[in-house]
Design a protein around this ligand. Structure first.
Ligand code: MLT
Length: 337
């Protein structure tokens, strides 16, 4: 495994030597939207090490962190077209290509790591994986669990939706997340992940939301002072492989890659549980970030944001799909429309 830090041209093609029968040495390319050091990197490096070990060095994987191979949404297109082998990216950046996956980004549906694991590792996760192959031409091999998305900004403590007034918040290009902010009374600025740090640094936007581990890996503490400990979306970051690439592999190789994805997923879950609290502490103690709790146990945020659910029933496969997800999490069905 090699970590690449050079900017290289967008048209990155894999060595593309099919592992069918006779095994030939080859190198695969993996894009990471985040900088080295976070949950994406942990999933990616664990997977790469496992594949190299299991193939006894016949396959090596080069990682390109920090959006070097394009925005997260670009990497889905590139993998779908067979120009890129692998990518780790946030689930919200797959939703535009495979709308049913949006059920995982509906505000306040997934409320913590256990919910995230239950959904991704059960029948619903399998169904969404199949939908993503069908809709986007990429296969989910594994999951990084990154934690609740926390709102950060450079200007003031934010405890209520009304406190957002006057702030320009960056959101991913994701209709559900845009709509959540609109429900809280502001018009957010949808920007690609790869442009976010610079936009925060230059004051084009005042804030954004992402988990503590991502805030740390991306060094957002250099340009953001305040964190609101909200949890409207739990961030999950799948490792995807180009379906064309996957289908070009021998059955043994496919099996090996799926196994490595599962083992890397299990590792990612433990990594989150072991590191999130100390990373949060470091953001406060070493980097001076100020944490604010959402007022009234986040009730006002929750009521406004869950009000957008019905807008997205058609795209996620109907209210019954959300109810199925809520039932899998041991919760009541969504309110009748
Ligand atoms: C985003 O905000 O676009 C993503 O969640 C960033 C990430 O992949 O960490």
């Amino acid at each position: 495994m090699r970590i690449q830090n050079l900017i290289i041209p967008m048209a990155v093609s894999a060595a593309s030597l099919a592992l069918s029968g006779h095994v030939m040495a080859e190198t695969w390319k993996m894009a990471l939207g985040d900088a080295a050091g976070g949950t994406q990197y942990e999933l990616g490096t664990t997977f790469a090490d496992l594949v190299e070990e299991k193939t006894e060095g016949e396959v090596t994987i080069d990682l390109f962190p920090n959006g070097q191979l394009g925005s997260e949404q670009d990497t889905v297109n590139n993998a779908s077209m067979g120009l890129l082998d692998l990518s780790v990216l946030a689930i919200n950046n797959i939703t535009p290509f495979s709308p049913t996956v949006g059920v995982m980004t509906l505000p306040y549906v997934i409320q913590g790591p256990e919910d995230a694991r239950t959904l991704t590792q059960g029948d619903i996760g399998e169904e969404l994986t199949q939908n993503t192959i069908r809709d986007a031409g990429v296969r989910i091999l594994g999951w990084a669990y990154s934690g609740c998305r926390r709102l950060t900004n450079s200007t003031k403590p934010v405890a209520t939706p009304a406190d957002l007034e006057g702030l320009v918040i960056r959101v991913p290009k994701n209709e559900i997340m845009i709509s959540a902010y609109q429900a809280w009374g502001v018009n957010p600025n949808p920007l690609a992940w790869s442009e976010t740090f610079t936009a925060l640094q230059q004051g084009v936007v005042d804030g954004q939301d992402n988990p503590y581990i991502t805030i740390d890996a991306m060094k957002f503490y250099e340009v953001q002072d305040y964190v609101t400990e909200s949890c409207y979306v739990f961030s999950m970051e799948p490792l995807i492989i180009s379906e064309g690439k996957f289908q070009s592999l021998s059955p043994e190789m496919q099996e090996l890659v799926l196994e490595a994805g599962q083992e890397a997923t299990d590792h990612s879950y433990e990594y989150l549980l072991e590191t999130e609290a100390s990373i949060k502490e470091r953001l406060v103690e070493e980097h001076g970030m100020e944490i604010t709790q959402p007022a009234n146990d986040e009730q006002e945020w929750i009521e406004l944001a869950t009000g957008i659910w019905p807008e997205f029933y058609d795209s996620i496969g109907g209210k019954e799909k959300l109810d199925e997800v809520l039932a899998a999490l041991g919760r009541d069905p969504a309110p009748a429309e």
